[in-house]
Every structure is written in C-alpha cells, then in structure tokens.
Design a binder for this molecule. Structure first.
Ligand code: MLT
Length: 414
C-alpha cells in the first residue's frame, strides 16, 4: 500500500504565497471591477535588461545550429558563468573564491530548500522568526520537527527578530545546548533588516566554536547601498570554514521567471560523520546535484553571464535603483501616515508595524484598496502585527497604491 510521508501532515495547509494568491483570486472573482495592485510576493515586474536579452538570444541561436548546439551541460554550471561569478561577486570584493566552489542552479528557493538533505535527521536547527518559510517547511518535510503548536514547530529553535534587536538575532539568544545549523538571511526577507560585520562575525564565531554550519541567504544583496554593510558572509574572517552562501539572479537581474541562482560552498567546509570522520560539504553537494539536477539551460546561463559585463552591471544597478526608489516612496508614505517601519533602504521589502492582527490588516487592505501585501504572521509569530510591502512593481502602480493607502487608511491611530 502506498503511504504518505507523515511529515507532510504537519505542514500548514498551503505554502504562504499560495494561500495569498488564492485569497487574491477569490477577491478578484467577487470584485471583478477591482483593479488589484500586487505588492505581496517579491516578483519583479521590469523587463530583462538589453544586454541580458541579447545574450539570451545568442544562446538560443547557438542551439539552432549543429556546430554550436549543446546538450547536457555540467551539473555545476558552465565554467564561463562560474568564473564570472567568482571574479565579480567575490574576488573583486576582496573575498577569495575558486570558481569550482560555485554551483549554478535554477533558484535560491530550491537550493535553500534542498540543502538540508545533506544533514542528519536529528540535528538542532535555529531559524529566525520571522523567517522565509522555505527554510522551515523543508525541514518539516524531512522530519526534523515535531508538530505545529501555537505558530511554531516543536523541535526548531526560533531566533526572535524584533524591533528590540533591530530584527538581527544574535547567538546570545541561544541557550547552552549548541545548535548545529543556523539559517541567516541578509538583507532580510521579510524584515528588510541588514546585519553589520560585527553581528555576522558573532555568528561565525559561534559556528566555529560549536562546529555548526551557517546557511547564509543573500538573495537580496543587489539592494545594498550602504558600503559598511557586508555583502557576503565570506567577508567575515573564518567564514569559509563554517558557511555556505546562496545567491540568486531573480531579484538581482529580474530572473524570477527565467530562473538562475547559485550556491557557494568553500572547499574548507566539512561536516562530521560517525566515528569522528569528516566529509567535504562541497563533495556531498556535488554528489547530490549530479544525481538530482541536470543544470540550468545554456541560454539562461549565457544571459546570467551577461549580467557581469560592464553594460550588464550598469543595467542591473539601474533596475535595483528603480525598485529602491519605489521602496523609498512606500516607506515615506507609511511613515507619514504614522506607521513605523524598517527596510526599504538596502532592501526591496518594507516591514510595517500595523499594531493589528496581520491577516486581518491584510484582508481589510485588500478589501478597501485592492492592494496585496504579505501578512507578517505568515513568516512566523514575531511577524504578528506587521505586514510586508514589496517594492517590486511599476512606479505608476506603486504611486497609485500609495494614493489608495492614503485615502483609505488615513493616519495610524495607536
Ligand atoms: C518573497 O516574496 O518572499 C519571495 O519572492 C519568495 C521567493 O523568492 O521565493
């Protein structure tokens, strides 16, 4: 008899963004006249840039001739892309990196979700709260948690990220029983918060002391403007021994539909097995990828490589500047209306304190204005009382949304 993986029964009935999408569809059905403005899921709206598109076309054309056709590519990604990533994103920024430490993939969601496969079922895991739900749900699916009780899974260690700690958790929040795996994301999804070098260094020190591993998600690095903010965990001395970094072309260059990302695993990174033996994390992930993944399509990798040309770099800077200007406008309006918020300066997300039940606030905003946001509680119990507003949309839509918000919400009365 075919039987279910019982761990799936512990999950919430649907993934956060699927729940929201269903609510929005239902709203549109019952209000066919409503013009909906989406500031919910972080999905880009602007076209791929000219340099990227040109390379994409060239890649497709090459596939049309036997002489330049390519079948299966390397599972780890083409060398031409891995070399560019290593050079521009790391070496030029002062971090040493071997292109072989870069694994190209079709998304940071997939990589952050799949990576836990390499670990034992009984490791202790720390996740921030609020948190990108993929880190949590994939560990639930793998059986590393107990049941969902009062908004949290038993067995996970939640690192409360609140106004009091500027939404940046610290190892001091942990008790004396060490954790083995730590998920961090900066600039943060959902709060938009950024961590300082000192704050990241404290986590690296913790991981070194306890032979733990940090999974560092920096999918939003492209939005950092403050030069003091670290762009990579590998800027922290010692991080190469204890951290893996995930990046994406989705928000960086508008690839949410095109799909390209990468994961960096330093060769120094090891993981313990039984009898004190250690194993290379790089080799294990390589083993996993060669078995389960056949690489990203050639034209997409050509397009991703074009991001690193001088024109490509200029164009993606302009794209992220555009969304950051949206973010600035959103934050300005919310502040003006008396809502305190964070993010939006080195991040495309604005985390707004509503002081009200976040699903109710979400529903009422949708009902009154047709604007879709993301309820903070969907990211964890510490998100209750907040909503996340995404800056990914066209300027005119954002401006229209802000007019509707002003007209319908009025000043925040605490
Ligand atoms: C988000 O809105 O949190 C992101 O778009 C989700 C993702 O990148 O998968």
């Amino acid at each position: 008899m075919i039987r279910i993986n019982e761990n799936y029964q512990k999950l919430q009935s649907s993934y956060l963004f699927s729940t929201i999408s269903k609510k929005v569809q239902d709203f549109q059905k019952s209000h066919p006249e409503a013009s909906i403005i989406r500031l919910g899921i972080g999905d880009v709206t602007r076209a791929l840039s000219p340099t990227v598109i040109r390379a994409f076309h060239e890649g497709v054309d090459e596939l049309s001739q036997d002489a330049t056709f390519r079948g299966y590519g390397p599972e780890q990604g083409y060398a031409f892309l891995r070399e560019k990533i290593a050079q521009v994103d790391f070496i030029d920024q002062g971090c040493s990196l071997d292109p072989e430490e870069v694994f190209v993939s079709d998304g940071a969601k997939c990589d952050t979700g799949n990576f836990q496969e390499l670990f034992a079922p009984d490791i202790r895991i720390a996740v921030p709260d609020p948190v990108y739900p993929v880190y949590v749900d994939t560990n639930v699916m793998a059986g590393r948690t107990g049941s969902f009780v009062k908004g949290r899974y038993e067995g996970l260690i939640y690192l409360e990220s609140t106004k009091e700690n500027r939404y940046v958790p610290s190892p001091e929040q942990l008790d004396s029983t060490p954790v083995d795996l730590i998920y961090l994301c900066f600039p943060n999804n959902p709060t938009g918060a950024t961590a300082t070098k000192e704050e990241l260094a404290a986590w690296v020190k913790y991981a070194q002391k306890h032979q733990a591993l940090i999974l560092f998600d920096s999918a939003y690095v492209q939005f950092i403007r403050d030069p003091a903010i670290p762009r990579s965990i590998f800027e922290i001395p010692g991080a190469r021994d204890v951290a893996v970094e995930f990046r994406s072309f989705s928000k960086t260059a508008g690839f949410t539909g095109t799909r390209a990302a990468y994961t960096v695993i330093p060769k120094e990174c090891v993981i313990s097995g039984e009898n004190g033996k250690t194993y290379s994390l790089h080799s294990l992930w390589n083993r996993r990828q060669t078995t389960k993944f056949n690489g990203v399509s050639y034209p997409v990798q050509k397009a991703a490589a074009a991001v690193y040309s001088p024109d490509g770099q200029k164009e993606i800077r302009e794209l992220s500047d555009y969304y950051l200007e949206n973010a600035r406008l959103i934050r300005l309006t919310m502040t003006d209306l008396g809502y305190s918020s964070t993010g939006g300066d080195n991040s495309p997300y604005i985390w707004v304190e509503t002081g009200k039940d976040s699903w109710e606030f979400f529903d009422s905003l949708l009902e009154k204005t047709g604007i879709v946001t993301t309820p903070g509680a969907g990211f964890g119990t510490c998100g209750e009382g907040y909503i996340r507003i995404s800056a990914f949309n066209h300027r005119d839509k954002v401006e229209e949304a802000l007019v509707r918000i002003r007209n319908n919400l009025g000043p925040n009365k605490k």
